[in-house]
Structures are given as C-alpha cells and as structure tokens.
Ligand binder design. Structure first.
Ligand code: CTP
Length: 408
C-alpha cells in the first residue's frame, strides 16, 4: 500500500452519473491516509447527496458560493489554498468548458479559478459530448495549461450508447493521485520499517513484564517516513495510539513476535528501532494464574529476549541500508550511545536523555543526540513530531545521496 498520509485533496464533484464512483474514491484516498474536502456542484447534487460525501470525507461539504456561514467559517479561497491537489471527478463537459473560459459562476468554478494548485480532471460524459471538437479543444487547452487528466474509458454508457466517456474507475484515479504525490516525494519507492511501543512478556495469563513506552516517538517516525513517500511498515507493541494513517501497522505483544514481524517485513531500505523492547522474558511463563498460596513469593527465572536492532543490523544480504536505533540513557549519554552503536552494529543511534526531570517518557518532547561512527550531533529540544520529521529528512537525504554516515 502506498501512502497518501497527510495529503490534502479538494474534490470537486460535478454533474454526472459517474458521481457515485467519487464516493468510492473518497473512501480509498482516506484508507491511504489522505484527507478529502468536497465541493458539490448543483449538477453533482442531482446524483449524490451532500450527506454521503460528508459521511465518507468526515468533513463539511461546500456547495454555495454566497453562503454566509461557509464564507465566515472558510472563505472559498481557503478551500483551494489548503489543498495540495484539486481533483475534479466527475468532470462534466460543462465544467471543463467553464474552466477553459475562466468562468466563476458557482463555488466550484470560483475555487478553481482562484487557485494556483495542481488540478486533475476525470472527464465523464456522453460519447458525443466527449467527441465533440469543443470538448476536445477545451481539454487540449486545459492540458496545455498544466491540468492533468485521467480517462475517460471506453464502454457501455448509462445513456445506452457505447464509446469513450465513462469516467475512469476510482482505482485508476487513485493511481493518478498517488503518482502525482509520488513524483517528487524524497522516499518514493523506498520501504521503511519502524518498531514502536513496549513489548509485554507474559509471566502468567494476567501478569507481564513490560517497559515504559507510549509509542509516540516510533509512531511519529512511521508517519513522517510515510509522508516522505516511503511504503512504511510499523511493528508496534501494545500502545493506546491509533494506527497512523497510510502506514501498514502490525500489532504484536512480545519481543519474539516483534522480531518475527520485522524479519517477515524485510527487505527494506531503512529500519528504525524505536521500540522499548523488554530485554528479558519469563523463562517459563505459567499457563494458569499463579496463586498466593504459599507465604514466599515465587522466584521469577528470566531469559534473554532477542535484540531486534542487532538482528536487523546483522541481517546479511537483507540488511537494510540504514539501521537506526535509539538509546535511552540517564548519564554519559554520548559515550554510552557510542558504545551501543558499536555493540549493536547499527549505523546511527539517536540517544535520548531520559534522566529524571527530562520529561521524555510519556511526554511530548525529546532531547536527541544523533550519533554515527564518526561523531555526535546534538539537536535542540523539540517535540517528538519534530524529531520524527528531522530524522525522516535526514534519512531521505542519506539514502538519496547513497551515503551511510553522517559526517562522510
Ligand atoms: N532494542 C531492540 N531489541 C531489544 C532491546 C533493544 O531492538 N531486545 C533496541 C531498541 O529499540 C533501541 C536500542 O535497541 O533502538 C537500544 O535500546 P536500550 O534499551 O536503550 O539499550 P539496551 O540495549 O537495552 O542497553 P542498556 O539496557 O544496557 O542501556
């Protein structure tokens, strides 16, 4: 699944029987993490209801140019300003003609005229209208101005005729949208693997050994990498967080399950291990709840869990090009992280100050020292989202330059 995580699309639904396919399009864009805001023309409203569009987009639907409430909440100029791509689907012969002429006599055409955002049209009309030189000339003009176009397809038409004019299918329009966003995404075509959250290791059916971890940093990194265009797999231990949109999220509980899920996700270009994996697990987890029958507490015998970061760094011919770990440290942060980098065989360590008073665990901000084989770089204290964005940008830069160290 490629990702439209965080992408904002303004969908103009104009009049045509194919408007029903736009409902499916909204669903598919949202499944991939994109946000869709709809403008419904008067003609479009003959075929689909504002309620359907609102329910699927989970947003308000805009229809009227001179609506006092819409204008006070969200001026029509902002509708297009806040979008990264405007999709006109279905694009009727009439709206194509109006776009060509630069007319602005309703909300849809006004928003289109008042915008410098990229536009994708999915024409849908009767075959004679499509073949009419007026429509063909209009589309040529629009294309010459940079408007992208998808379809129409050939086939039986709702009007009983056969030919070109059927709107492209939702899946085809989705492909065109994805291709648009992928064109210059720095991690397009890359696969990223991220671990996040704690692991829970059962002692018996009700008790477990776990680490403190909200999963916020790992989830934020997965989302940041997806936003940069990477196909992203997130392997997460138990957290209260929602699966990030546009990220393939695999939920696991134990370190062994986390390792198995990571190995199954290989190959990848970059692996970021942000999970707080429990270093140990009970050697013999009990099948039944342990009772307090005796006076002496039971002795817990532990055994070591696999080190997922070290395993990925030693994955031979499927080793990710860039393996990134975190180190939670309370003292001698840079020295300890450098030792950890060598021990685990990874390329970078993000050393995290988790000393008392740092507020890192469960908090919103992190102080990070990025360490590679050559040296250390200290980042100013910033939010976990900003750490994720900065790390994502650094990963993209490094993979695209084919360089594997910070300082070389
Ligand atoms: N890690 C892992 N699997 C483990 C333990 C840790 O993948 N079984 C990863 C973490 O996701 C993190 C890095 O290793 O990226 C460092 O983890 P940390 O807990 O800071 O270090 P430890 O290796 O546990 O060393 P120590 O407890 O001595 O600080």
């Amino acid at each position: 699944m490629s990702s439209l995580a965080g992408k904002r699309i303004l969908l103009v639904v104009s009049g045509g029987i194919a408007a029903y396919k736009s409902l499916e399009l909204i669903r598919r864009v949202r499944e991939r993490g994109g946000a869709v805001r709809c403008i419904l023309t008067e003609g479009g409203a003959q075929f689909v209801t504002p309620l359907s569009l609102a329910a699927l987009s989970e947003d308000k639907v805009y229809s009227e140019l001179f609506s006092l409430t819409d204008e006070s909440e969200m001026g029509h100029i902002r509708l297009s300003r806040e979008a990264e791509l405007i999709v006109v689907a279905p694009a009727s012969a009439d709206i194509l003609a109006k776009m060509t002429q630069g007319r602005a006599d309703d909300l849809a055409t006004t928003a289109l005229l008042a915008s410098d955002k990229p536009v994708l049209v999915a024409p849908a009309m009767n075959v004679r209208m499509w073949e009419n030189p007026a429509t063909q000339a209009n589309l040529e003009t629009l294309k010459a101005r940079g408007v992208r176009s998808i379809g129409p397809n050939e086939g039986d038409m709702a009007c009983g005729e056969y030919g070109f004019g059927r709107m492209a299918e939702a899946a085809e329009i989705l492909d065109a949208i994805e291709a648009f966003f992928a064109r210059d995404a720095p991690l397009a075509g890359r696969h990223a693997l991220v671990t996040s959250g704690p692991t829970f290791e059962a002692i018996d059916p009700v008790r477990f050994i776990g680490n403190r971890s909200s999963g916020r940093q790992g989830h934020a990194i997965a989302l940041a990498l997806a936003r940069l265009g990477a196909r992203t797999t997130l392997v997460s231990g138990p957290t209260a967080l929602k699966d990030p949109a546009g990220v393939e999220t695999l939920r696991v509980e134990t370190a062994q399950e986390m390792l198995a899920a990571c190995e199954a996700a290989l190959p990848c270009d970059v692996a970021v291990c942000a999970a707080a994996v429990s270093d140990w697990r009970a050697k013999e987890p009990q099948a039944q709840k342990m009772k307090k029958n005796g006076k002496t507490p039971p002795e817990l015998v532990l055994t070591a869990n696999p080190d997922i970061l070290a395993c990925l760094a030693a994955a031979g011919n499927v080793r990710p090009r860039l393996v990134v770990g975190f180190a939670a440290e309370t003292q001698n942060i840079v020295e300890n992280a450098q030792a950890k980098l060598a021990k685990k065989g990874c390329d970078w360590i993000l050393a995290n100050d988790v000393s008392e008073g740092s507020g890192t665990f469960g908090g919103e901000a992190n102080t990070i020292h990025l360490i590679d084989g050559q040296g250390a770089e200290t980042w100013p204290r910033m939010s976990k989202d900003d750490v994720a964005a900065k790390l994502g940008a650094r990963i993209a830069e490094t993979l695209n330059a084919g360089v594997e160290t910070l300082t070389s």
